[in-house]
Design a protein. Structure first.
Length: 315
């Protein structure tokens, strides 16, 4: 699956908070995929005209898959991952928006069973790229960094569209792959409300998956939609320095192979925490920890990741 590696939280608040654009969840993008990615502060206001380059690295252990449709059972994996990301903030209809592109790299060792037969693979290479557009259409006017210094958040509502592009390494003679060989997208709506140094966020979304007509030696794979809800609680110690905790739940995603439905509907939970810390005007670091568990099919794992970002432009 793709995680998560843990999308990019943005920081805003009193001066000089608008100068700090901290990469807290870039690690999630490169992580193995999960039913939901916990991304605190996705729906926070941001200064327009800022560019960001981020890198992240992490490690996951457990029932970790890069593609949520794989029918592997009793899976155990050790996965190392990294990611490079570019992000640009801008104004859209006088409201804040951002677009980001992320390319993950993964190395892992997996072993499990497929219909009672042992399955194992060790592989390394690039995963599927992700392109995300986020737009806050309520409570987040498009502002420069200087203007954002006087901004006081109340309630923000936004939408996010993420596209998974099948650019990852794929071999249809192998069941476990680093790429999924299909297009997928996630549509999400979220809201954030601030109460002093605290903010609480609620998010709902749906994943839709394309078909894979070269799955496992020529099989035809289809997958139902996966519905997701998430909530985050964030505390800001000072501008640019904050910690967030999240809980997510996903349901659905049953697969069909060659027209035959499988009994693998996912019912997954995610918990996680992220810490963001700024270093000067242009640099920032982050630490992400998380865990996943399931009541149906899906991943069950623990993960830890660190991230670094460099920002430039109108900061």
């Amino acid at each position: 699956m793709t995680r998560r590696l843990p999308e990019i939280p943005w920081l805003s608040g009193g001066p000089p908070a608008a100068l700090f654009l901290i990469l807290v969840v870039a690690s999630v993008y490169a992580m193995p995929a999960a039913a939901q990615v916990l991304e605190p502060r996705t729906y926070a206001n941001t200064a327009i005209g800022v560019n960001l380059i981020g890198v992240a690295a992490g490690f996951s252990r457990g029932n970790v898959l890069l593609d949520p449709a794989l029918p592997i059972e009793n899976l155990d994996g050790d996965v190392e991952y990294g990611a490079v990301q570019y992000l640009r903030s801008f104004g859209l209809l006088d409201r804040s928006a951002k677009v980001n592109v992320l390319v993950p790299f993964t190395r892992g060792d997996w072993q499990g069973t497929l219909e009672g037969d042992p399955a194992r693979r060790t592989a390394s290479g690039f995963g599927d790229a992700r392109v995300t557009l986020e737009w806050n259409f309520v409570g987040a006017p498009a502002m420069t960094a200087e203007e954002l210094g006087n901004y006081q958040q109340k309630t923000i509502v936004g939408v996010s569209l993420r596209l998974i592009v099948p650019t990852g390494d794929y071999d249809n003679t192998k069941l476990i792959n680093l790429g999924s060989n299909r297009w997928s997208y996630r549509l999400e709506i979220g809201a954030s409300h601030a109460l002093g140094p605290w903010s609480i966020e609620g998010i709902a979304g749906v994943w839709s998956f394309g078909n894979n007509d070269e799955f496992a030696n020529g099989d035809y794979l289809q997958q139902d939609e996966l519905w997701v809800v998430k909530t985050h609680l964030v505390y800001s110690f000072r501008p640019g320095f904050w910690i967030g905790a999240g809980l997510g739940y996903g349901n659905g995603g049953r697969t069909t192979i060659n027209g035959v439905p499988r009994d693998n509907r996912q019912e997954n939970w995610r918990i996680g925490a992220k810490l963001a810390y700024p270093i000067g005007r242009q640099h920032g670091v982050s630490l992400t920890i998380g865990s996943g568990f399931n009541q149906g099919a899906g991943s069950d794992f623990d993960t830890i990741a660190v991230g670094y970002r460099f920002a430039w432009g109108k900061i």
